[in-house]
Design a protein around this ligand. Sequence first.
Ligand code: ATP
Length: 261
Amino acid sequence: MNTTALLQADHLTLKRQHKTVLDNISLTLQPRQIMTLIGPNGCGKSTLIRVLLGLETVDSGHIERRPGLRIGYMPQRLSLDQRMPLTVQGFLQLSRGATAATIQHWLQRLNITALAPQSVHDLSGGEWQRVLLVRALLSQPDLLVLDEPVQGVDVQGQMELYQLIPQLRDELGCAVLMVSHDLHLVMAATDEVICLNGHVCCSGHPDQVSINPAYIQLFGIRPDKTPLAHYTHHHDHQHCAGDHGHASPLAPPAIGGIRHD
Ligand SMILES: Nc1ncnc2c1ncn2[C@@H]1O[C@H](COP(=O)(O)OP(=O)(O)OP(=O)(O)O)[C@@H](O)[C@H]1O
C-alpha cells in the first residue's frame, strides 16, 4: 500500500445475480482528502462504500486499510424499530465510545442541541440526517464516510452541510469519503471526484471531471449548453443593508454549520 494512504483499494470486482456491480475499481484515499463518489442510481456507489468498510466482500481485488483506522459511517438508510421508545440522546449513547461530553459537543456543533430529548421517531428527514452525522462524528474518526448525507435536507441546508464538511475535516484532521448525486453542489467541498457507473468512468479534480466527455455523457448538459460545473461566485459589489433584491440563490449563507429549523 501507498505508505501515507488511509485506505487503498485495488481492482475490486463484485457480481450480484450475474450483474457486475463493481468492475475493476481502484482508488486510494489520503489523510485529510475529501473524495466524492458520483454516478447514476444503481451504479454501485453504496455497494463500493460498504465494500470499502468491510461490510461486504468482493469476488476479486484487494483492500488495505491503515492499521487502527477509526471510521465514522453515516449510512444511506438506518431504520429503527418503531415500537422502541428512544430519544436522540439515548440513540447517540448507544454508539461505541460516546460520552455525554462528546455528544453534547457535536450536537452543539451541528446546532441541534434542542433535538436531544426528542423521540427519534418524530424527527423530520433532515433532522434525522443531522443526528446520523453526529453519530458518525462521535468516534473522532480518521475517516468520515457519508452515504448521501443531504437526503431529506432542504436546499439551504444542503449548501450549509457541504460548507460544513471541509470545516469538519479541518477540525478533526480526518479524510472524508462521500456519495452525492449533485456534483454542482458538492464540487467546492471536494478534492477528488470519482465518477462511477459500475466501473470508474473518470476521476480527478472536480473542475476536470465536470468537462470530461465520460462525465458529460453520463450526466448530460445543462439547458444553457454548459456541463455541470463548479459554481464560482465573483462578488464584485457590496450590498446595502436591506438590499435583498439581487442576492444570488447560490450565494453562501452567512451562518456556517447546519441549520436547525
Ligand atoms: N444484494 C444484492 N443482490 C442483488 N443486487 C444487488 C444487491 N445489492 C445491490 N444490488 C444491485 O447493485 C446495483 C448497485 O446498487 P447500489 O445500491 O450500490 O447503487 P447506488 O449507486 O448506491 O444507487 P443509488 O444512487 O440509487 O443509491 C443495483 O443495481 C442494485 O440493484
